[in-house]
Design a protein around this ligand. Structure first.
Ligand code: HEM
Ligand SMILES: *[C@@H]1O[C@H](CO)[C@@H](O)[C@H](O)[C@H]1NC(C)=O
Ligand SMILES: *[C@@H]1O[C@H](CO)[C@@H](O)[C@H](O)[C@H]1NC(C)=O
Ligand SMILES: *[C@@H]1O[C@H](CO)[C@@H](O)[C@H](O)[C@H]1NC(C)=O
Ligand SMILES: CC(=O)N[C@H]1CO[C@H](CO)[C@@H](O)[C@@H]1O
Length: 312
């Protein structure tokens, strides 16, 4: 073999170890039952409350889009120092107790081995499968971050334009198609009325008329902020109905509806509405890519003992 080729070969063979890349089965020798334990607890929890799929998907997304997938979203605020979860966009993220429960058991079985960031990624995948979504192998080996501050949270809001949201996704290395694909997560879960109030009370936001009437009534209760399903048809099923619903003017968030209206994204929306299988395949790929954003690996960060606090 030519030496150059040999050197290139060696370089690429060593690369993943030198940079401590993520890999499928990272815990297969250090904590062989890790993925099974996560799966069992997620399954039990899902059987009691199917809404955990929405909770975990949103948690994973918010974690990865702020400082990378490093479980910074799980950190509780300290006196005089507010963490990510306190920021407006994150206030309604749910599922922290489920992550705590998984971590507690993993700490008994393999102390200080499995990162909170990997727990989020694995639990999210398991909950998607339970709701009827695609299965995929989750590359693991993430480390937990050492920083969590409210000021880092600069996520777009539900009334951002498609172009603005796309800019943010592009800054994380994601394409337009991957962005539209990940929005398919809004096929499960719910939104509080406060995020759609402007939209339902303002005719210049387009919306199916019957739906608007129902929502104005449901959301109009003084002093309350009830929640409504993001996918009004198959609310707990991980399918491509989100895309069909927004094509019918039944998107809940302004940004959801605009995906079907904006020339940037409507082609992808139409194609996923027609082809549920291709949506599921692309979703699996997009989730794997989402889970790799700015991860800490190797000796970076730490493996937290308690997902809510840094070890120190
Ligand atoms: C930047 C684009 C996005 C915006 C502006 C956005 C906005 C929102 C808002 C306002 C809610 C309602 C939260 C509540 O009332 O509790 C929500 C819920 C949700 N979002 Fe997004 N979202 C975005 C992208 C994503 C992505 C990429 C995913 C996942 C891959 C995702 C998954 C979810 C899920 C599953 C829920 C339901 C949460 C629950 O049931 O508690 N979102 N989103
Ligand atoms: C507190 O502040 C420091 C920076 O001053 C930051 O690194 C840390 O992550 C902050 N958050 C919490 C919850 O301690
Ligand atoms: C209704 O929405 C449009 C478009 O976003 C906005 O320009 C207008 O100011 C809104 N009207 C009210 C009364 O909020
Ligand atoms: C609801 O979803 C089902 C199953 O995907 C579909 O066949 C039906 O057309 C949808 N109904 C409405 C009103 O969108
Ligand atoms: C959707 C939403 O509530 N966005 C808020 C997220 O948090 C930042 C920082 O606190 C706010 O500026 C956004 O309005």
């Amino acid at each position: 073999m030519n030496t150059t080729i040999l050197l290139i070969f060696i370089f690429f063979a060593i690369l993943p170890f030198a940079f401590g890349d993520l890999r499928v089965g990272f815990y297969s020798s250090s904590c062989p039952s890790a993925e099974l334990i996560v799966h069992r607890i997620v399954e039990r929890s899902f059987n009691q409350d199917r809404s955990i799929t929405g909770a975990l998907l949103r948690m994973h997304f918010h974690d990865c889009f702020v400082r990378g997938c490093d479980a910074s979203i799980l950190i509780d605020s300290q006196k005089g120092n507010q963490s990510e979860k306190v920021a407006g966009a994150n206030r309604t993220v749910r599922g922290y107790n489920l992550i705590d429960e998984i971590k507690r058991i993993l700490e008994n079985v393999c102390p200080l081995m499995v990162s909170c960031a990997d727990i989020i990624a694995l639990a999210t995948r398991d909950s998607v499968v339970l709701a009827g979504g695609p299965s995929y192998n989750v590359p693991t080996g993430r480390r937990d971050g050492l920083v969590s501050t409210m000021d880092d949270v600069r996520l777009p809001g539900p009334e951002s334009s498609v172009a603005n949201v796309l800019q943010v996704f592009k800054s994380k290395g994601m394409t337009m198609e991957e962005m539209v694909t990940l929005f398919g997560a809004h096929t499960v879960g719910f939104t509080h009325c406060s995020f759609i109030k402007n939209r339902i009370n303002n005719q210049s936001f387009s919306m199916d008329n019957d739906l608007r009437k129902r929502l104005v009534e449901f959301c109009g209760v003084e002093g309350k902020d009830p929640a409504v399903f993001l996918d009004q048809n198959t609310s707990f099923v991980f399918d491509n109905q989100f895309y069909n619903q927004i094509l019918l003017g039944r998107g809940m968030l302004s940004i959801d509806q605009n995906l079907a209206l904006d020339s940037i994204s409507k082609g992808v929306v139409t194609s996923f509405a027609r082809n549920g299988e291709s949506f599921q395949e692309r979703f699996a790929d997009a989730m794997i890519k989402l889970g790799k954003i700015d991860v800490l690996v190797g000796s970076q960060g730490e493996i937290r003992k308690n997902c809510r606090v840094f070890n120190f």
